[in-house]
Design a protein around this ligand. Structure first.
Ligand SMILES: Nc1nc2c(ncn2[C@@H]2O[C@H](COP(=O)(O)OP(=O)(O)O)[C@@H](O)[C@H]2O)c(=O)[nH]1
Ligand SMILES: [Mg+2]
Length: 277
């Protein structure tokens, strides 16, 4: 697998955030509860020492036990954290309170910038905070374009989020980003990503795999599990062979919609030490 970014796009995103940051008092940095480390790129924020809140999106899709472990980790890092479920609005009021608390000594209302990697929930969060559907929301990465301030009860919100590029540090990080659709489907081989996901589920959440796909032997070869799911769900080509691409896409879709169950793909590691402060 070979995942590469266009350096021009990255440089542009970086310039835009740096431009935004000049006008900002508080940064709300989003991360995805399913990949709390891999979904973060602290580079740009670290240059600017603005008050920051880490807003963890998609908690409804993540494993609550692992989210609790992450929260302990962030507490040790002295990160200000708010857990969000943007589809039902859970956590939004807590986030509002935290934002208002950030600049109590200042007379004017704090100005807030939402930043995060593609598909992490920036537009959805802005819509929730604004209480209207102004920012565009989309299922595919990169739908947000085009500075306007939104009045959001006690603070002002920049209506254009800051786009952070994911850090593709290694193959595993890249795979996780692909699994949660933070990087485009076209960039990777969906069959390879699906094999990786199935193996991860086999090792970490075998009971969820069994429940979703009626598997008799969750410890079977990954290729056998893959084929079984393909047959069972009718992903077939003309000659009765399974349609491997369709099968892979179906499994990825199941995961992304939370249909396999609440799953978190990574836990804190020792080298996450510097991540926060
Ligand atoms: N289940 C769930 N889906 C979410 C959550 N936040 C965002 N989404 C979905 O994730 C997708 C990307 O959201 P969007 O706001 O467009 O992300 P952006 O690219 O960062 O602006 C959309 O389909 C949202 O409905 C969340 O907390 N839970
Ligand atoms: Mg968007």
């Amino acid at each position: 697998m070979d995942i590469q970014w266009y350096p021009g796009h990255m440089a542009k995103a970086r310039r835009q955030i740096q431009e935004h940051l000049k006008f900002i008092d508080v940064v709300v940095e989003l991360t995805d509860a399913r990949i709390p480390r891999s979904a973060r790129n602290p580079d740009i924020i670290e240059i600017h020492r603005k008050p920051r809140i880490l807003a963890v999106t998609k908690c409804d899709l993540a494993d609550p036990a692992r989210t609790a472990i992450w929260c302990q980790h962030w507490q040790r890092q002295q990160e200000k954290v708010v857990l969000l479920e943007l589809t039902n609005g859970k956590g939004i009021n807590v986030l509002r309170k935290e934002i208002r608390k950030c600049l109590t000594k200042q007379k004017r209302e704090p100005r807030v910038l939402v930043v995060g990697i593609p598909n992490v929930g920036k537009s959805t969060l802005i819509n929730r905070l604004a209480g209207r559907s102004s920012a565009k929301v989309g299922a595919k990465p990169g739908v947000t374009r085009g500075k306007q301030w939104i009045n959001a009860q006690g603070f002002r919100l920049l209506d254009t989020p800051g786009l952070l590029w994911p850090k593709l540090e290694d193959q595993e990080t890249a795979r996780k980003l692909a699994v949660v659709a933070a990087i485009k489907d076209e960039i990777f081989d969906s069959e390879e990503i699906t094999y990786w996901l199935l193996r991860f589920l086999q090792d970490n959440y075998p009971h969820l795999l069994v429940r979703r796909y009626d598997l008799e032997d969750p410890a079977a070869e990954i290729s056998a599990i893959f084929s079984l799911i393909g047959y069972q769900r009718g992903c077939l080509l003309a000659k009765g062979e399974i349609d491997r691409l369709q099968t892979a896409q179906l499994i990825l879709k199941d995961f992304r919609q939370g249909l396999i169950g609440p799953i978190t793909l990574e836990l804190p590691q020792r080298n996450d030490q510097n991540e926060g402060s």
